[in-house]
Ligand binder design. Structure first.
Ligand SMILES: [Fe+2]
Ligand SMILES: [Fe+2]
Length: 375
């Protein structure tokens, strides 16, 4: 059995030293090149036989939206005002759980510094969404090539278009409404590289559709609920309705495929899911923001990880991943290894929440808006 050290490069989940030792050393690079070695598969079996995927594909075809015309880009965004409006339940800000800051460097911070921290948090969050969306674009294009089923190739093709649109909206939002860009977070980059480099087609799905997109769906939902900014709110609502289909695509495809795997193969999937979960948890510590604010990163992070609001936000990010892993049989396979790991991560409480294989139809916002316009 693989140890934590082998899987994630450290024994202790909260080993800050080890988390911080992973940094993006190439912040000025314009291109990042990975040599993927996956097999590209043609299939001569054009018969569509997987009803759930056929249904999803039909839904995707009628749920396309246009980022240029369906969103009102003329709305101005005041980042400082947003920080203040969200101060009560600031999704990006640390210390929302009312941690005592006496005796810490933050004790003497001025209002301006707190606001700047909030603004950097917004820039950082949107930047990471943007990079993650490009990861989804590339992974899904890879699935078009590698998946053996024609129904899945069809569906994945619609997802490629969705992801192009997501990259487009986040890039535009950052350029026009935010005040700075961040390069990709090293933990996220490492995870995306691992997903792309794995030559087994189902691992692309597990890494991207189940883990990365499952987390994105939860994070978008959380920010969508809290933000007072109308453009971001609508943008996220539309992106989420696409993401729900994408996660459903992962659940429906893997559910079928996993029935063919033996227990050793399932264990490899469990380990991959755990590794991805830790990488994503690490990325949300937003170490680059602390660097930018000129504070001691380790000191800031050792406070952040104790903050109740932060812990709640962090665990909530797994509210889609855990039920979906359960639906796929990954939680309890073998000796319940992944259940144990998710318990250590403090996220097992979500196991009986709704899984996205069923949820996606409810989140179809584009159809709802069209129906409302006709009525
Ligand atoms: Fe996306
Ligand atoms: Fe997606």
């Amino acid at each position: 059995m693989a140890s934590n050290q082998e899987m994630i490069g450290r024994e202790e989940l909260d080993d800050l030293e080890a988390i911080l030792s992973i940094t993006n050393s190439d912040v000025d690079e314009v291109q990042h090149i990975i040599r993927a070695n996956s097999d590209t598969l043609f299939t001569w079996d054009y018969e569509q036989s997987r009803q759930p995927l056929i249904k999803l594909y039909e839904k995707a075809k009628t749920s396309q939206w246009n980022a240029s015309t369906d969103l009102d880009w003329s709305l101005p965004v005041d980042q400082a005002e947003l920080v203040l409006a969200n101060a009560q339940a600031n999704v990006n800000g640390p210390f929302s759980g009312g941690l005592d800051l006496k005796g810490t460097p933050f004790e003497s911070w001025t209002d301006d510094q707190w606001i700047q921290l909030g603004i950097e948090g917004q820039n950082w969050t949107l930047s990471q969404f943007l990079h993650g969306e490009q990861g989804a674009l590339i992974c899904t294009a890879q699935i078009v090539e590698t998946v053996p089923w024609i129904d899945a190739k069809y569906y994945a093709a619609t997802q490629v278009m969705d992801e192009a649109r997501h990259v487009e909206v986040f890039a535009r939002y950052l350029d026009e409404k935010m005040s700075g860009h961040y390069p990709i977070n090293a933990h996220l980059k490492m995870l995306l590289d691992d997903i792309i480099l794995d030559t087994r087609w189902d691992m692309t799905y597990l890494g991207m559709q189940i883990m990365v997109e499952g987390l994105a769906l939860a994070a978008f939902g959380f920010i969508h609920q809290l933000t007072t900014e109308p453009l971001l709110k609508k943008l996220l609502r539309y992106v989420m309705s696409d993401e729900a289909r994408h996660v459903a695509f992962g659940v429906l495809s893997l559910k079928e495929f996993y029935t063919e795997l033996n227990s050793a193969e399932i264990r490899e999937r469990q380990e991959f899911a755990f590794e991805a979960a830790v990488r994503m948890r690490d990325r949300f510590l937003q170490q680059e923001v602390w660097e930018k604010m000129g504070v001691d990163v380790k000191e800031a992070m050792s406070l952040v990880i104790q903050d109740e609001g932060r812990v709640m936000f962090q665990s909530m990010l797994f509210s889609k991943i855990v039920p979906n892993c359960k639906k796929l049989g990954l939680l309890d396979a073998g000796d319940g290894w992944l259940r144990q790991k998710f318990t250590e991560l403090g996220v097992i409480q979500f196991e009986d929440w709704i899984d996205t294989g069923e949820e996606y139809a409810m989140l179809d916002e584009v159809s709802k808006d069209r129906d409302a316009a006709i009525a």
